[in-house]
Design a protein around this ligand. Sequence first.
Ligand code: NAD
Length: 448
Amino acid sequence: MSTRVEEADLFTVARRQFERAIPFVHPLDGWRGMAELLFEPEKTIKVTLPVVMDDGFVHTFSGYRVLHDTVRGPGKGGFRFHPHVDENDVKALATWMTWKCALTDIPFGGAKGGVTADPKSLSDDEKQRITRRYIAALGDHLGPFTDIPAPDLYTDAQTMAWVYDTYSMMHPGQNNLPVVTGKPLDLGGSAGRDTATAQGLFYVFEHLLAMGALPAMPDLVGVRIAIQGFGNAGRNAARIFSQAGARIVAVSDSQGGVHDPNGLTLTHVELHKSETGSVAGLPGTTPLEPHEVLEVPCDVLIPAALETQITAANAKKIDTKVVIEAANGPTTPEADDILSDRGIPVVPDVLSAAGGVVVSYFEWAQNLANERWSESEVQDRLRSTMTRATDAMVTTRAALLDQLDTYRVAWGEARPDSILASPTFRTAAHVVAVRRCRRATEQRGIWP
Ligand code: NAD
């Protein structure tokens, strides 16, 4: 498990990314107040969760839920089990959910939750009891039109089934399916939800290639891909890219990684992981420490594990043509600057990791209408949503670059330092999202 570095307080990371977008959103008097309104979370909840463990003793866990912004719709965001979970982490993750939903133009705001716990030390029964207690403690802060959870790190469709069941016990006699997404298919889940994050990332990548927005990479066939994390996001990304003709040269999980410059055989990796619990130690491959996967020579690097993995400490050693983020917040602002100076584009999480929430929206819409969409219908809608969002990011970046001098003049002496830098994909993605939230806020008006 990697440790957090000082540059990497997550909410500070989120704030710095936001501040880089602000000069392009608010060349107006009174911008500071509106910027604070757009950035600060609406609601932060901490709950204490006493749970009887399998050994009969009581353990008390801390749980969090943050509703970041609901100006465009109810809060939407996953919840996770992880020992790192704290209020600042959850606030940052909720903030990124707001930008994801706005950039992909789905009618949700941002939310996120988590329980501070080491999932590897918990039995399934213990996870179930913690989940039920957490959902009960949040009570009517959750709801199909207020705040809708989903899976995230170390939570899955089974966890979401417990969420649904707990909420339903508390709200009998109504359609509760839309209160949570990422549910099993038999319980109102959507076709395509389990692979949606990786599939959405792939559609973004494919469209960037088609637009010629990644000049160092004309084609996908044979490109070398390295992936950190081999869970829902990483494992599915490996499979989807490999099926499209790419070569997966390295993967890792929390216990270690494996490297083969000629390309790993994914079926062997999968089998080894299911037999041993880790990709590490696959015969015929070079072993890697978990973080070393980020530094192997490749064309596309996909961080799909945890936050703040690409930092000032390793950004100079990264040997790729493009980084495309599947994890939330894997790259710190310092690392962004280093990669940008080195000419390595970073496709940001708020776009490339948004496929999960987009298909969650499809699940919510199906549940509300009591409908079932086919896999191909879900894929068609996902592809067009991700393509539109990619277009918005790329065209906005081009427009910002064109008008940079105009923005600098408009800001005059008051200009924030960030406007002096050339806008990256991340800044452009934030600009699209924050502009949409700002417009919705102004149209609704500040009440009373
Ligand atoms: P998961 O629990 O299914 O898998 C996490 C993977 O990361 C596991 O393989 C684990 O072993 C690995 N890992 C943990 N620590 C590691 C380390 N130090 N080095 C290398 N690997 C490590 O979780 P997931 O759903 O795939 O989520 C992964 C990331 O993607 C998270 O940042 C999550 O927020 C983000 N994400 C997930 C979804 C989703 O729908 N599941 C959507 C958007 C973003």
